[in-house]
Design a protein around this ligand. Structure first.
Ligand SMILES: [Zn+2]
Length: 75
């Protein structure tokens, strides 16, 4: 895997080195592939579509964020 990240309209929304924005499919993929649940590093909730995965997960979870914690970090 590598390169650019696209949204559903084909617009480039990020680079693979930035933290990953999750979709329901990618969560399913990762959890099956790694055999671990993706959880927010701050509140511990299970991550959902639109949440953020640490690019280095499962080695690091420091940047795993649910949408709520992402919003709180921005402010
Ligand atoms: Zn959270």
């Amino acid at each position: 895997m590598g390169g650019l990240i696209y949204d559903k309209n084909g617009k480039v929304v990020g680079h693979i080195t930035s933290p990953d924005r999750l979709t329901a499919k990618s969560i399913e993929f990762w959890e099956t592939e790694i055999g671990m649940e993706l959880r927010c590093d701050i509140c511990g909730s299970r991550l959902r579509s639109g949440d953020q995965k640490d690019h280095l997960w499962p080695y690091f979870t420091n940047h795993n964020r649910c949408r709520k914690c992402l919003e709180e970090e921005k402010t």
